[in-house]
Design a protein around this ligand. Structure first.
Ligand code: HEM
Length: 407
């Protein structure tokens, strides 16, 4: 872990410690230097940025493009998604990003999110009823997973019969199995088919949902060149991004938060006594063990410096949100779970023009999910020895494979 960009970034450092014990490994890297050469999630070399100030300014730096066309050819081999899934906000820069984000913001109103509060509470209560009947549960599969999936399907208007195990799809993308290289391709093919069919069905029979609104935006402006233009690939890609972003991180946030509480029984007791504290608690869960460990990879459009390190145009830059949120220069005693700390400016939901579009929904879901769980099962505890709790093995995302609990 000594091979820092400051001392000469020859070979990428070994990423195994980042998989085994990420926060310890990130603390060592942050201490050793602001930027390190690592092997990225696509197996290609990348620059990992570790310190809060650098990560925050890089997130909002227009010289760092999210558009893969700015990658040096051969230097980046990320997901190869078909255009109908790839033309999404997280691969775009202004002005396309500005145009599409404005359209989504218009359709994804605060009123739409607020209207979901009752349904989210109801879904949480139903899942807890089913768990109560069994006496023990696997929290990811029985609660943290189904809750956000149901919510995002309700928001988009995905009919009950079309809902499926979306988690298997995101697993195939986020933690591809090297022994089954075709699994990712199959998942991508299945997703493409799913979104195309879904949009055709909604177009034929629109409902009172976000996706129908976005289709109307697309169809009203079809053939025009005005600012409301939304291409067909952009529409399917948007549906894909909202569904994927809408459950993937939220599932992990709920799981990580429950584990953090089980690891800190005094905080669990305090929160149960004072349910109103769930709002700052969720902010601290986001900072302490947020699901998006890395921001979307970015490519410098020109040679630039980050933390005094020169990064050539077109190389992959990975901004470690997990490391920034544990930087002691920004969050004193960062490894302590402390909802009373000053949490302003944590980067778990990004920063700048790509700041998470679903942040209000994510916060609301987590608050309701955690509040309902701990009030329903006061005796909540782990149902396996602590060292058997496993995380997914990826530096990109931070989440549990499973979380067996009893009460
Ligand atoms: C705990 C849950 C969530 C976390 C931690 C999270 C995190 C993030 C982060 C870090 C970004 C910025 C990525 C970057 O700049 O590289 C982002 C963007 C985004 N998120 Fe979330 N997110 C969550 C939930 C949601 C939900 C529930 C939705 C939708 C319903 C959503 C939709 C989006 C979209 C559409 C973007 C792209 C925005 C843009 O590029 O302008 N997210 N999210």
């Amino acid at each position: 872990m000594q091979n820092t960009a400051e001392t000469g970034p020859d070979a990428p450092i070994d990423t195994t410690p980042l998989l085994d014990d990420p926060y310890t490994a990130l603390a060592a890297l942050r201490e050793a230097g602001p930027v390190h050469r690592i092997t990225g999630t696509d197996g290609q070399p990348a620059w990992l940025v570790t310190r809060y100030d650098d990560v925050r300014s890089a997130l909002a730096d227009p010289r760092l493009s999210l558009d893969k066309r700015h990658a040096t050819p051969g230097n980046y081999r990320g997901f190869s998604l078909p255009p109908a899934l790839d033309a999404n906000l997280l691969n775009m820069d202004p002005p396309d990003h500005t145009r599409i984000r404005r359209l989504v913001v218009k359709a994804f109103t605060p009123g739409r999110v607020e209207a979901l509060r009752g349904p989210v509470q109801r879904i949480a209560d139903e899942l807890l009823d089913a768990m109560a009947a069994k006496g023990r549960a696997e929290l990811v599969a029985d609660y943290a997973g189904p809750l956000p999936i149901t919510v995002i399907c309700d928001l988009l208007g995905i009919p009950a019969e079309d809902r499926r195990n979306f988690l298997a799809w995101s697993d195939a993308l986020i933690t591809p199995d090297p022994g089954r290289p075709q699994a990712m391709k199959e998942a991508i093919g299945a997703m493409l088919e799913f979104y195309t069919a879904l949009i055709a069905a909604k177009r034929a029979e629109p409902g009172d949902d976000l996706l129908s609104d976005l289709i109307a935006v697309r169809d009203d402006a079809a053939g025009t060149t005005d600012a409301d233009r939304l291409g067909e690939d952009e529409l399917t890609s948007l549906a894909f991004l909202i569904l994927f972003a809408g459950y993937e991180n939220t599932v992990q946030l709920i799981g990580n938060a429950v584990l953090a509480l089980l690891d800190h029984p005094e905080q669990l007791t305090a929160l149960r006594r004072n349910p109103a504290e769930v709002t700052p608690a969720v902010e601290e869960f986001l900072r302490y063990d947020g699901p998006a460990a890395l921001a979307i990879r970015r490519f410098p459009v020109e040679d630039m410096e980050i933390g005094g390190v020169r990064i050539p145009a077109g190389e992959s830059v990975l901004l470690s949100l997990a490391s920034a949120n544990r930087d002691p220069h920004r969050f004193p005693a960062p490894d302590r779970l402390d909802p009373a700390r000053d949490l302003s400016g944590h980067l778990a939901l990004g920063h700048g023009i790509h700041y998470c579009l679903g942040a209000p929904l994510a916060r609301m879901e987590a608050e309701i999910a955690i509040g309902a769980l701990i009030s329903r099962f006061p005796g909540l505890r782990l149902d396996v020895p602590r060292d058997e709790v496993r995380h997914r093995r990826t530096i990109r995302a931070r989440g549990l494979i499973s979380l067996p609990v009893a009460w």
